[in-house]
Design a protein. Structure first.
Length: 119
């Protein structure tokens, strides 16, 4: 199983980016998915998560600016980031709880995609 993230880049403050993360490989089903980020010199932190049913949990710092969504048929999770701020600069990692069989579940991480917000 692999998670492949894409969509990072450089953007000016106030701009927007959309991240995507697609799961591939042999799997039974995908559970919760989410995005984390790690800024230089800081610990990795949860940005937002989404359950299979669509329940979301956003970090206070991104509420109202970021939107997570998932397409279960495409095994993909998205992160729409609007009104970006310099403090959003970080490497963004996608995460997914994936069942490779009915009872076997593991946590998977994408390699990370860099988002830089600067004027």
């Amino acid at each position: 199983v692999q998670l492949q993230a894409s969509g990072g880049g450089f953007v000016q403050p106030g701009g927007s980016l959309r991240l995507s993360c697609a799961a591939s490989g042999s799997m039974y089903r995908i559970g919760d998915m989410g995005w984390y980020r790690q800024a230089p010199g800081k610990q990795r932190e949860l940005v937002v998560s989404i359950t299979t049913g669509g329940t979301t949990n956003y970090a206070d710092s991104v509420k109202g600016r970021f939107t997570i969504s998932r397409d279960n048929a495409k095994k993909t999770v998205y992160l729409q980031m609007n009104s970006l701020k310099p403090e959003d600069t970080a490497v963004y990692y996608c995460n997914a709880n994936i069942f490779t069989s009915v009872l076997r579940r593991s946590d998977y991480w994408g390699k990370g995609t860099l988002v830089t917000v600067s004027s």
